[in-house]
Design a protein. Sequence first.
Length: 335
Amino acid sequence: MKALFFDGLIPHFIEKYQIPAPQENEALIRILLAGICATDVEVMRGYKGFKGVPGHEFVGVVERVNGGYPGLVGKRVVGEISLGCGQCEYCTKGMERHCLSRSALGISDKDGVFAEYITLPLKNLWEVPDSVSDEKAVFTEPLAAAFEILEQLHVKPTDKIAILGDGKLGLLVALVMVQYGLSVMLIGKHDSKLAIAAEKKVMTKKLDELPKKRGYEVVVEATGSPEGLLIALDLIKPRGTIVLKSTISPSHDKPTTGDIGRPEVDFTRAVVDEITLVGSRCGPFPPALAALASGRINVEPLISAVYPFDSVISALENAQESGAVKVLLDFRDRR
């Protein structure tokens, strides 16, 4: 099969990569569409020290199962990315994403979706409703991550919420929160991206126009930048909550010419103002799929470009351009 292999330094497009074999209670999945995420870019900058096939956002078709659920064959699916050991205290409590020996699809010890085929445990898979197109279904994993915030926090209707970062995740968080009637301000740097949110009645503000006053009970940090937490601390009210979404590679710590590296964070402010810091990662798939199926959240305006998988290197370059939101890889034409 064709695959993108990252050797720890640079990605290589490979024409003949070994098709994985599903283990017991796993499925072999043929990829239809894959999304390029900011985390994928960080992986190829050194995050997690990963070597292998990157990528974790996908929609695909089950080709074969090894074990139960033969009815899944031929079905379109999306999949949760964490694979736990199945035996530790976290796995036995249904918290596999926190298993201390877990692997993660395309991120840690598990080949990902920038390839024509993958394998995943059957329990990780969710069938895609017929009403949800491939282009929408590929957003399930990041949309679930947006829903996770509301699983973690009790947000009051009177709370003012700032979302830092107008990339794909920041936009999805904003779209989810406005569905619940919450007061949301999306803060970013790009007029074109902020316009997507504004069309959905989300309040927006350019970062360089933002008064640095502590006016928010909740700040969601989704900038993908080491500076994001510093800005969040400037905006959060005493006893407020900062939700951290960014995953950043160690390369941001290494100063380059004209760069001072990762900024220092004065956590004294968090102590004195009794700020709550909440890490937030993966989330629940059922509400994400339901939102896509009902049309309550329309993700198609977030698609910046679609590339055939053979052009994956160009797609990765596009995904890192400042104006890009979501770049997709299309595997469906296999002539």
